[in-house]
Ligand binder design. Structure first.
Ligand SMILES: Cc1cc2nc3c(=O)[nH]c(=O)nc-3n(C[C@H](O)[C@H](O)[C@H](O)COP(=O)(O)OP(=O)(O)OC[C@H]3O[C@@H](n4cnc5c(N)ncnc54)[C@H](O)[C@@H]3O)c2cc1C
Length: 391
């Protein structure tokens, strides 16, 4: 089928790649590929460390996506020049608390993980420091999540773009409007128009500003949740001493350190809803102070880059993933989990495209399983949410 994917962040790139691998004709539309939330994201693939009460279906979705990662990156690597990195690293994650309240909170998370059958092991703080010797002396608790891994989103996005170039059409223009129908149309900012059999709307927060008709009004649903990150470089003497992702809770504030294996370390991330796109001084200050409490040695690291981007947030933290109008599929609202969730989101989108190609046919057992996992992301749960034009 002829498919148009709007947006080349991690979600659009993985959708374009998966649809191409399924044999569809793909046109990918983005004026600045991989420049949105994907550019700042940590790339933690940590469904165990990020489980929340009341979000069991979302946790199952994220876990299923994390299990797809090895096969997804292996398939991608097979289509790249030998040695091209995908950024995927199986490093495991340590989860640490700093004060008594953090210990209580993380004990609760551990109990939830065990109830959900997730792999989480309690360690003594001494055992944690034996695994990661740069951890500070004042921890109150530690847990190991051996199946929570990481990917470098910039490296993976570059690999996906490299694989897509020459295999799909990449249009460096912005989509302005989407018109559903038997042959849906996308109007571009340049004045040109594209038509196809299916349009996949995967442009993160930009989905809320598209004209035309997406079947639901996203303006009342999507909201920007900004976050700062600091990209750092550890000195050669310290770099080998930090090998796993460290997720810390410092007086209730989350902070994480992600070592990339070559001395680069990403420190993240703040979370604010003040609508300001620039880096926030207070947020940056808190991030650095909390990171030093978790790991005093980062005072010796150098800073390479500080940046902020907005996560595409939704009211219930779950994605917006499904067909909403004839020929139109939404894949947005990935909030804190877009890098982790992308392989499964793309597989669900591929199943939805198959369904559009054969509306009368029953989905295969595999597609039924995918669509079942995506129930928590059904866009129709927001069908009656007031939008920007609703009084
Ligand atoms: C600080 C921070 C840390 C994060 N850490 C993690 C993490 O550790 N793990 C994790 O899983 N997730 C993390 N996330 C969340 C993750 O980055 C997002 O969920 C994910 O990037 C969403 O991907 P996306 O492709 O939907 O959107 P984006 O990455 O924002 O990409 C949207 C793309 O659409 C394009 N676009 C916009 N409008 C248009 C238009 N009209 N036409 C065409 N193209 C358009 C943009 O140019 C952009 O390239 C983090 C996010 C932030 C901000």
């Amino acid at each position: 089928m002829r498919t148009i994917v709007i947006g080349a962040g991690m979600v659009g790139l993985t959708c374009a790649w998966t649809l191409h691998r399924d044999g569809h004709d793909v046109t990918l539309v983005d004026p600045a590929p991989a420049s949105g939330a994907t550019h700042a994201a940590g790339g933690m693939l940590t469904p165990v460390g990020e489980a929340y009460h009341g979000e069991d279906e979302l946790t199952a979705f994220l876990l299923a996506s994390s299990r797809r990662y090895p096969e997804f990156v292996e398939d991608l690597a097979a289509h790249l020049s030998p040695g091209t990195p995908t950024g995927y690293v199986r490093s495991g994650t340590l989860i640490c608390g700093v004060d008594a309240a953090d210990r209580g909170h993380l004990a609760d998370l551990h109990a939830l993980d065990l109830r959900l059958g997730l792999h989480s092991e309690q360690l003594t703080t001494r055992e944690a420091r034996r695994l990661e010797p740069l951890l500070g002396p004042r921890l109150t608790c530690a847990y190991l999540a051996p199946d929570d891994h990481q990917v470098d989103p910039r490296v993976l996005a570059a690999a996906l773009l490299a694989a897509l170039r020459g295999r799909v059409e990449i249009v460096e223009d912005a989509a302005r409007a989407v018109h559903p129908g038997g042959s849906p149309r996308v109007d571009l900012a340049s004045g040109a128009a594209l038509d196809a059999d299916v349009v996949v709307v995967a442009n993160g927060l930009g989905a809320a500003t598209l004209d035309g008709d997406l079947g639901i009004d996203l303006a009342g649903v999507l909201r920007p949740v900004h976050g700062e990150v600091v990209r750092m470089l550890a000195p050669p003497s310290l770099a080998p001493l930090l090998t796993r992702t460290i997720r810390g809770l410092v007086e209730g504030r989350p902070v994480y350190l992600i070592p990339r294996g070559d001395g680069r370390v990403l420190l993240g991330a703040t979370s604010r809803e003040d609508q300001v796109a620039a880096v926030n001084t207070g947020g940056l200050h808190d991030l650095l102070v909390d990171a030093v409490r978790l790991m005093p040695a980062i005072r010796e690291f150098s800073v390479e880059e500080v940046l902020a981007r907005a996560r595409p947030g939704t009211p219930d933290n779950a994605p917006i993933l499904g067909a909403t109008a004839p020929g139109v599929i939404l894949a947005t609202g990935l909030f804190r989990h877009g890098i982790l969730a992308s392989p499964l989101v793309a597989a669900v989108v591929a199943a939805l495209v198959r369904q559009q190609g054969d509306p009368a046919g029953a989905p295969s057992e595999a597609d039924s399983e995918l669509l079942d996992l995506a129930r928590c992301a059904d866009p129709r749960r927001f069908a009656s949410t007031p939008g920007k034009d609703t009084p």
